[in-house]
Design a protein around this ligand. Structure first.
Ligand code: ACO
Length: 430
């Protein structure tokens, strides 16, 4: 088979070069442009990295046109139905599904690290009671680097493993501490006899003055959402973790950068924004008005939870979550008028030419807030929930990058459009 190449021709000078084409196991080929600056004195221009593969990766595959999402080759639908968040975490980190013994050991390793240093806990008192939990969480994660000097050698695989366990295990504890701080309630210590999600619910909702029973339906629903949010290849927050980590910065700093990137409404902040939007829409009669606003280029309003850089078809995660909404609301014996509104909004938008032509479909965040709300999780905590689940993906990608002997600092270039060279003018002469 002949090796595939792309020819690049500079029409002004006539200079040609053949660009190597790399193939993955599935998905489109990529053109290797590493030498175009050397050979042609040009850079590539791709704002928003819409068509740029920044790395090779073996972790997650998305086919946005077909609506396919695979973690280490396994379809997310199968994992959602049959697996657990702990098992998926092992899979993403290790590359293989664990044996029973491996899963038990991994789960034990994670649960052994759930407590946080008491000094770290006191950091929360420095925040005002109405601080957004994402602000608290990103700050406290960054501060973890001040506590674990013993195991922060990024070139030591065992240190990297301990870091992975610490981040995945302690994030729920940090999130719960932020929640309790907002409420003014005492912090509730983790319980290592509970599952990952049951422990999270316990730390969120238990109080010292009465027993708390974790509803298995709620723990199961949270586990499903965490599976679906665990990884999504080179999304904005994961790319941020990689870029920060590529400098050799300690991994807690890199994860904190990822949390900050996730916060934005165009990314993980959309789950909070969706419920705010649905509340703003209020009733079915108002949907056309808001759909019109979303289409109006003079308005900044967008349908939150709609559209995706990669999916030009149904986001498979949104389909799973929408189906789960029915089950969870029924099992918990509750209803949510905002879910009914979301269903109608989806129906109306998907019939509208604007959304059809642009291939804008509901994304993972369109329905997730309905389940979080049913579990009693406050809206400001939705993106924190996303961060807990995505911490696994961030860690997996950071590990993959650091373990790659060829990895280099991430350093994009630019097309400069500012002033050309000019001489400094004395202040009296300006
Ligand atoms: N509502 C209305 N119009 C939209 C929406 C939307 N939600 N999303 C995209 N469009 C329009 C754009 O205005 C643009 O129209 P044009 O071609 O006439 O200019 C076209 O669709 C393409 O949109 P882009 O902004 O170029 O797409 P991009 O890939 O850059 O953005 C994004 C993707 C950020 C997700 C966008 O769809 C969006 O803002 N959605 C709402 C926020 C959201 O739900 N984010 C969560 C994403 S999932 C996640 O990160 C977990």
């Amino acid at each position: 088979m002949t090796e595939k190449k792309f020819e690049l021709t500079d029409l002004s000078s006539g200079k040609k070069s053949l660009l190597p084409v790399k193939s993955g196991t599935i998905g489109p080929d990529v053109i290797d442009i590493a030498h175009i600056a050397r050979d042609h004195d040009v850079f590539s221009f791709d704002p928003g990295f819409g068509v740029t593969a920044a790395t090779e990766s073996k972790i997650t595959y998305i086919d946005g046109d077909a609506g396919v999402l695979l973690y280490r080759g396994y379809p997310v639908e199968q994992l959602a139905e049959k697996s657990s968040f702990m098992e998926v975490s092992y899979l993403l980190l290790d590359g293989q599904l664990p044996s029973r013994a491996q899963l038990e050991k991994f789960t034990r390793d994670i649960s052994r690290h759930t407590m946080i240093n008491e000094s770290l806990l006191r950091f929360f008192n420095g925040f005002h009671h109405n601080a957004h939990p994402m602000a608290m969480v990103s700050a406290v994660i960054a501060s973890m680097s001040a506590f674990y000097h013993d195991s922060m050698d990024i070139n030591n695989p065992r240190h990297r493993e301990i870091f992975a366990h610490r981040v995945i295990a302690k994030l729920p504890t940090i999130a719960a501490a932020a929640h309790k701080h907002s409420l003014g309630q005492p912090f509730v210590y983790p319980r290592n006899d509970l599952s990952y999600c049951a422990n999270l619910l316990h730390m969120f909702f238990a109080v010292p003055c009465e027993p708390y029973y974790v509803d298995p339906v709620a723990a199961e629903a949270l586990d499903l959402l965490f599976i679906l949010h665990a990884d999504h290849e080179q999304n904005a927050s994961t790319s941020t973790v990689r870029l920060a980590g590529s400098t050799g910065a300690n991994p807690y700093a890199a994860i904190s950068a990822g949390v900050s990137a996730l916060w934005g409404p165009a990314h993980g902040g959309a789950n909070e924004a969706v419920l705010n939007m649905l509340e703003q829409i209020g009733s079915v009669e108002n949907i056309p008005k808001y759909v019109a606003m979303a289409k109006d280029k003079n308005s900044h309003f967008r349908l939150m939870g709609f559209g995706h850089r990669v999916y030009k078809n149904f986001d498979p995660r949104a389909k799973i979550i929408r189906a789960a909404c029915y089950k969870v609301l029924e099992k918990l014996g509750t209803s949510n008028p905002l879910f009914e509104l979301a269903l109608r909004l989806e129906e109306i938008a998907l019939k509208d030419d604007y959304f059809v032509e642009r291939k804008l479909y509901p994304n993972v965040d369109f329905y997730s807030g309905v389940i979080y709300s049913a579990l009693g999780i406050p809206r400001s905590m939705f993106t924190v929930m996303f961060a807990i689940a995505r911490s696994v993906g961030w860690v997996a990608h950071w590990q993959e990058m650091i373990a790659d002997p060829a990895f280099r600092i991430g350093r994009p270039r630019q097309l400069y459009t500012g002033a050309t060279r000019r001489d400094y003018a004395e202040i009296t002469k300006r």
